[in-house]
Design a binder for this molecule. Structure first.
Ligand code: BTN
Length: 245
């Protein structure tokens, strides 16, 4: 199945995710892509905000895949792979994927993904809103992690609309493969660029912190952490931090 994207651009909005959730509830068809020049209430993962001043890419895509919620949740990995592939050919430094859905350029976070879903019927999600922020011209300071942007990393000065075209071109084939065969078929590609594999990490799960070695990810995207006693702990959601070298 080929997905057709229909791009709408607005100068300013609260959050492209929130706007597409409203459109999804009103029955909009999948493939609708909403890009905003600026967001007044951009949202990040785990209840955090997403600073959204003009110059960077802020976009959400409405999708209606025939997938159960657990499998639908793996789309964030696919989106990160698409961003990673797009950015890798533009910058002269390493581009890696940080579990769960971040893209790192020379170790700095360059993008974020917020995947939201609604309404399960017949075991399948009714809609997914895939929100992506990509730092093109500036990046926030004072964040939980080091951050960067395309220009700071030695890449070209892309206009957000140009960046969106490049991103959709990378995302489309990956999305269609994911639709047909699931994340299991793409997992090796993710692992080929995964940051911190085989290294000591700390996983922050709300108030709890667990240290161990990042052993890999399962076909459903769960992170496998080898604990100091040799046991494996599987982590479905959280933030990871790499130990200082
Ligand atoms: C993260 O915390 O890493 C995820 C950030 C996701 C930001 C994007 S920008 C476009 C879309 N609209 C939002 O309000 N958030 C996402």
């Amino acid at each position: 199945m080929t997905i057709i994207f229909r791009v709408e651009s607005v100068a300013e909005i609260d959050s492209t995710n929130d706007a597409l959730k409203r459109r999804a509830a009103a029955g909009a068809e999948e493939g609708l892509v909403l890009r905003a020049g600026r967001q007044l209430a951009g949202r990040g993962r785990r209840g955090r905000g997403w600073v959204s001043e003009p110059g960077n890419l802020y976009v959400s895509i409405l999708l209606r895949p025939a997938k159960a919620p657990i499998e639908a949740a793996t789309l964030g990995f696919v989106a990160a792979m698409a961003i990673g592939n797009m950015v890798r050919v533009l910058v002269p430094v390493p581009v890696t994927l940080k579990w769960p859905n971040d893209v790192l350029v020379d170790g700095g976070k360059v993008s974020g993904i917020l995947l939201e879903s609604g309404g399960v019927s017949g075991g399948r999600v009714d809609w997914l809103v895939l929100g992506m922020g990509l730092n093109l011209r500036h990046h926030p300071a004072d964040t939980l992690y080091p951050t960067t942007d395309l220009i700071a990393a030695g890449g070209p000065d892309l206009a957000p609309a140009q960046a969106l075209d490049l991103l959709l071109a990378e995302f489309q084939p990956l999305y269609e493969r994911w639709l047909a065969d699931g994340f299991a078929a793409l997992r090796d590609q993710w692992l080929a660029h995964g940051a911190g594999l085989g290294q000591r990490i700390v996983a922050r799960l709300g108030p709890e912190e667990v240290a161990g070695v990042f052993a890999g990810i399962d076909p459903d995207g769960t992170l496998a952490l080898t604990l100091p006693n040799g046991d494996t702990r599987r982590i479905a959601a959280g933030d990871i931090f790499f130990a200082a070298a």
